[in-house]
Design a protein around this ligand. Structure first.
Ligand SMILES: *Cc1c(COP(=O)(O)O)cnc(C)c1O
Length: 408
């Protein structure tokens, strides 16, 4: 029924954690949208860095410092190539998507006037809502919301009606972390540019499944976190078009981000260092680069095809369960299934699945507006990665059936 060119036994052996047991059962890890697991290639890149190269970067004349700088800057260039940015100085290394969005939202505080408008979508992660609300409080700008429809897609007609000459920034996710839906960002970007607005795309949930082409998309800003694509936690990136990064002021002051400092006047370093105050997570950056290499060694087309097989398999079987409601069940989505079973609280279902060694996420997934839209407290979310198997899908389905039987 399913064909896959992936050698899953070999791939799974590269992820030591997948072999462990949870509550006496072999782990079935279906919480990949919250964080992905880490292959040996990444673990070893980090450990090798600390064993052989550890030093502070950029300032040192000694060899270790230069080697560490080369590795960190090498990672930046891997990110640049991966997202098809024109210049490495358009890639800012951050602690992750949250940091990246805060950096941009803070910077726009210096570029907005009272009465300017910002557009967000109802499908956003709190990380792409709250920093902009804080910006609105500081500047008097107004936040407008692209509504979602009942099937979980964004209402593009309503979006067109929100855009006008006062619109300064539009920020939406590439893929919704709560529902898995792929948003029409090409169209969103084109429409925003037609009124002169900048666009930030939160790519945290897209990058595990596809290669973003920031130049093809013509995105002004694009963000992601390494830990969603098999990299370490606490490291991520912000892509920004050079013209925008030059307009934004620095987000933090400190070492690394300066050119000259005196008590009369400080001048800032050039891009990208202007936005990288302090000693960065150097080992994390090296791990991020290794994760990108690892994902490409598998191939994004191959892994996406396998994940889609898992998605179809799990969706078809889940739908046979009495009282099943899947949110955002549209064709254009990644391997994320958000669901509830009538009369059962998502937390109870998640707790019983955990007893069977099956890790899913329950709750609002940092997207309370979506839950408000559906008038539910939360959902159960199963999110798949390329290292998941069809046997795991079967164990997950059997687990849900068993839990539903116990809770009814
Ligand atoms: C995970 C995620 C974030 C937050 O990423 P951090 O690594 O916690 O900063 C933001 N947006 C989306 C869509 C996400 O999936």
């Amino acid at each position: 029924m399913f064909s896959t060119p992936l050698d899953l036994a070999k791939i799974r052996a590269e992820f030591p954690i997948l072999a462990r047991k949870v509550n006496g059962q072999p782990l079935v890890y279906l919480d990949n949208a919250a964080t992905s697991q880490t292959p040996l290639a990444v673990i070893e890149a980090i450990s090798d860095y600390y064993k052989h190269t550890n030093a502070n970067i950029h300032r040192g004349v000694h060899s270790l410092s230069q080697e560490a700088t080369d590795q960190f800057e090498g990672a930046r260039d891997k990110i640049r190539a991966h997202i098809n940015a024109a210049h490495t100085h358009e890639v800012i290394i951050t602690s992750g998507t949250t940091h990246s969005i805060n950096l941009v939202a803070y910077g726009f505080g210096h570029l907005l006037d009272q009465g300017d408008e910002l557009i967000v979508s109802e499908l956003e992660h709190h990380a792409n809502i709250v920093p902009w609300q804080m910006l609105c409080e500081r500047t008097g700008a107004k936040l407008k919301v692209i509504p979602m429809t009942q099937d979980g897609t964004l209402d593009m007609e309503a979006y067109s009606n929100l855009l006008n000459a006062r619109t300064k920034v539009v920020f939406v996710n590439h893929v919704s972390n709560a529902l898995g839906i792929i948003n029409p960002i090409e169209y969103i970007i084109k429409e925003a540019h037609a009124v002169g607005a900048a666009v930030l795309i939160d790519g945290a949930q897209a990058t595990p499944h596809m290669v973003p082409d920031v130049r093809g998309l013509d995105a002004d800003f694009y963000t992601t976190s390494a830990h969603k694509i098999c990299g370490p936690t606490g490291i991520g990136m912000l892509y920004g078009k050079e013209e925008w990064l030059r307009k934004l002021p620095p987000y933090q002051g400190g070492g690394e981000m300066i050119d000259q400092v005196s008590f009369e006047k400080t001048t800032y370093a050039d891009l990208p260092h202007k936005f990288e105050a302090g000693t960065p997570n150097i080992a994390g950056g090296v791990g991020f680069g290794a994760a990108i290499d690892y994902m490409h060694s598998i191939g994004f087309k191959t892994l996406a095809a396998h994940e889609n097989d898992l998605l179809l398999h799990a969706t078809e079987k889940l739908k046979k369960i009495d009282g099943m409601c899947i949110y955002g069940d549209v064709p254009n989505k990644v391997a994320v299934i958000s669901f509830n079973v009538a009369g059962i609280h998502p937390y109870d279902l998640g707790t019983l699945l955990d007893k069977m060694g099956i890790a899913v996420r329950t709750g609002h997934h940092c997207c309370q507006p979506i839950m408000d839209h559906y008038k539910i407290p939360g959902t159960v979310r199963a999110s798949f990665a390329f290292y998941n198997t069809h046997e795991e899908v079967e164990r997950f389905i059997a687990g849900v059936e068993k839990a539903v039987g116990m809770l009814r």
